[in-house]
Each structure stands twice: as C-alpha cells, then as structure tokens.
Design a protein around this ligand. Structure first.
Ligand SMILES: Cc1ncc(COP(=O)(O)O)c(C=O)c1O
Length: 433
C-alpha cells in the first residue's frame, strides 16, 4: 500500500508507531512517558508536540466506516468507537491526555472532563438511579455534598455518611443501615477530606464492602485530588475509580479548570457513554495545556512537597501558632496508621491554626507578600485562605465546629517557590499578627 502511494506520487500514509513502554526489560516510569506516550509525530507532520486539534467533527473515510464508528459510539457493537467521530465524544488531545493520565495510577483507562465537578456529576449520573442510596465519607468538598444532598435528592436519591477516619466496623454498620434503605449503588470517598485533612481507610472500606455485598458490590470511587497522583494511588488499595480535579496539582499552574477519572474499563465504559450524551468532556485546548503540565508533574509536586515539609517545621515551633494539621506530622494513632498504609507523601496543602480568632487569621493573610490570598490549591504559587470565612462560609456553625473549621484556621497550599523565601514571608506575617 505504502509503495503504491509512493509510486502514484502521493505521500505514503505513515502508521502510528507502537508506544515504547519498556526498555531492556525495564518498565518505564510515568514521569518518563509523559514526554511522548500516546502521540506519534508522524501523524502530525512530524511535530514534536501534539498540535491543538480545534475541530468539532472528523471526516469518515467512507459511509461504511461512519456507520461502524456510530455502532461503536452507541454501544450497538462492543468495544467502543474505533476512530474519532465528533468532538463532544473525543478528540486527539483528549485521547493523548487520557492515555497519559492512566499511567500515573497504572490504571486500565482514563477519562477527561471539563471540571472536577463535571467528572463527579457524570460519575453519579452513570451509577445512581432514583431510590438508590449513596454511602460516602464525610466531609466532602462542599459542591460534592450539594450535588448529592440537594441535586440528586430532588430525584429521590438518599445518602448516608461515615466520618473520614471510621473503622471497618463503623463503615460496616453504615453500609448495613444503607442496605435497609434501598439499593446501595455507589460508595464515594474523599481522602484527605477538605479542609480537615482526615484520611479515609480505603482498605477498610473495601473489606466492609466485600463482607456486606459479596455478590454485586457497588463501585468504590474516591476523590484523589489532594494527594494524587504522586502521593496516593487508591486503586492499589481497593478503590475502583480515582477522581481528580485536574484544576489542582495535575494542571498545576492555576490557569485551567478540568477533571479526570481513572480506573478499570468496565467502570469507565458506562461513564464514557454518559459523557458522550451530556457533553462533559474537556476541550482540546485545556487538554493540550494539561499535556504540558503533566510533563512537570513529578518535579512540581516533589518540590512543593519538600517546601511544605520545611514550612510546616517552621510553623510548628512558632509561638503564635496553636497547631499545624499536616499529614507529615502524624506519628501515632489510627490516622498515622492509615497514612503509612495509603500515602506515599504528605502533600503540600495543610491547615494552620493560629492562636486567636478571625482577627488574627485576617491580619496574617493581609500581611502576606509572596503567598497569594486565594482559594484553590496545587499550583506553582503558594495560596492561603480562611475556610470559615470563605469556602465554608455557608456551612452551619455546628457542622463547621465538628469539622474543625474554626475562625483561626488558615488553609495553605505551598507552591514551588524557594522555601526560605516562603518562610521569611510567613515569619513577617506572623509578626504582624
Ligand atoms: C477535593 C476537591 N474535589 C473536587 C473539586 C472540584 O473541582 P473543580 O473546581 O475542578 O470542578 C475541588 C475543587 O476545589 C476539590 O478541592
């Protein structure tokens, strides 16, 4: 075929190269594969980097190929689409992104979404029906709680929760109660929880599920935004789906909004069908930005993690600081045990409790010169905010107190700046309190 094309004067079609996943028997690391996996320059005029494919639709080779594509997309034929059809379903940039995202957790597949929340909403719409019960860990990111209680609640879905640090017995008791209420269609976790940093025992959740649902186990999905994909790999511990706000560490520069889900194909296939219908896929430009971000993911997260360890060590000994909620300081008890089993690093987002209340927290925030006063996390720059007055303002007071969201709490996400510069900034701001 290629010879024929060459003889006829047309340029021969080059076939995609098979991806290199190992060298000399050595399985390559995700950080190495981020530079090329899933993209063949031969398919894009030799471009080293993938172009941004700004197209809403894709041309079929012939009508029969078009029919075959649609048989795959609609599920008439198993195996999904064999090619690209329409940009609400997928595109080259999103496909490369998904191939690369899956590598970080050694997952079978990944899907990309327009935001963390659209990933979470697509998950719920895929697995949950009216009358079902969702069992979840608490607290969850506020918008996720709203989605479950207020939005799915309108469609007859109910929920039961257990506290993040719950034991296997406590989780079993809640699952048992949930079974009595209706079909338990999803177990949803967030670890560490925002903003308490409390860790969920994923192995205990998996064990509790196995004993209560031996025949038709509901999937376990976990929001891995805070520690993933470098510091926690929950698929290794019994979760079926790992969910991301890619807006945070994966995007890493506070310049995009996106979401992702990684896991086994049998869970992602129905989610892909739902995404095809409701159009919650990420756009090509954002997917391209994420490809660029993923090349430095390990570098950025490693540096941010090292910086956070130094900054937290400084805060811990400061006379104006009441306590520091940092995973790296867990040394004994159940949380430390979960940390040792489930986490590969302490992250770079933590809670700082100042001595005093709102006045002291605000004075500290207003005096910062390097750290920016903004919500969100996981970017190259250091951010600080006051959850009680900002992200969690609408949470009822009693619940805020139960979650440790007090007026003296400052949430900090450390970036990749020089650690000593950051410490100088925090030191000066504490002097101003
Ligand atoms: C833990 C967690 N999950 C989900 C989200 C939602 O992600 P997005 O803002 O990308 O929709 C956030 C956002 O802050 C988050 O912190």
């Amino acid at each position: 075929m290629e010879d024929e094309a060459a003889l006829s004067g047309g340029s021969p079609r080059r076939r995609p190269k098979t991806d290199v996943r190992e060298v000399g028997g050595r399985k390559l690391k995700a950080s190495t594969l981020m530079m090329g996996h899933g993209f063949d320059p031969a398919l894009s005029e030799g471009a080293l980097k993938p172009p941004i494919f700004l197209t809403s639709t894709f041309v079929f080779e012939n009508a029969a190929a078009g029919k075959r594509h649609f048989e795959g997309v609609t599920g008439k034929r198993p195996g999904g689409s064999e090619g690209l059809v329409y940009s609400r379903f997928n595109g080259p940039n999103q496909e490369i992104l998904e191939d690369r995202l899956a590598l970080w957790e050694d997952a079978e597949e990944a899907l990309s979404f327009s935001s963390g929340m659209s990933a979470i909403a697509t998950l719920f719409l895929t697995f949950v029906q009216p009358g079902d019960v969702i069992v979840h860990s608490g607290p969850l990111y506020a918008a996720t709680e709203t989605l479950i209680a207020r939005i799915l609640g309108k469609f007859g879905v109910t929920w039961l929760d257990f506290p993040a640090g719950a034991t296997r017995e406590e989780i079993e008791a809640v699952l048992d109660q949930a079974k009595a209420k209706g079909r338990v269609s999803l177990i949803y976790l967030e670890s560490p929880a925002n903003p308490t940093n409390a860790l969920v025992d994923v192995q205990a959740v998996a064990a509790a599920r196995a004993s209560l649902f031996p025949d038709e186990p509901p999937p376990i999905a976990i929001d891995n935004t805070f520690l993933g994909p470098l510091w926690a790999k929950p698929l290794d511990h019994g979760a079926d789906l790992s969910i991301y706000s890619l807006t945070k560490y994966a995007g890493g520069h506070s310049d995009l909004v996106a979401g992702g889900v990684v896991g086994a194909k049998r869970f992602l296939d129905p989610m892909r069908a739902m995404r095809n219908t409701i159009g919650t896929i990420t756009d090509p430009h954002t997917a391209w930005m994420l490809l660029r971000s993923l090349e430095t993911l390990e570098l950025r997260m490693t540096r941010a993690g090292e910086n956070a360890a130094k900054v937290c060590a400084f805060f811990r000994d400061h006379p104006k600081v009441e306590s520091v909620g940092y995973l790296g300081f867990l040394s004994e008890g159940r949380q430390a045990d979960i940390y040792r089993r489930n986490c590969l690093g302490a992250g770079s987002t933590f809670s700082l409790y100042l001595k005093g209340g709102e006045r002291e927290a605000f004075a500290f925030l207003d005096s910062l010169k390097i750290a920016k006063l903004a919500v969100s996390l996981g970017g190259t720059e250091t951010l600080a905010s006051a959850p009680a007055a900002m992200t969690h303002l609408s949470v009822p007071d009693a619940r805020k107190l139960a979650m440790g969201i007090t007026d003296n709490l400052v949430r900090i996400s450390i970036g990749v700046e020089d650690a000593d510069d950051l410490i100088a900034d925090f030191d000066a701001a504490l002097s101003a309190v």
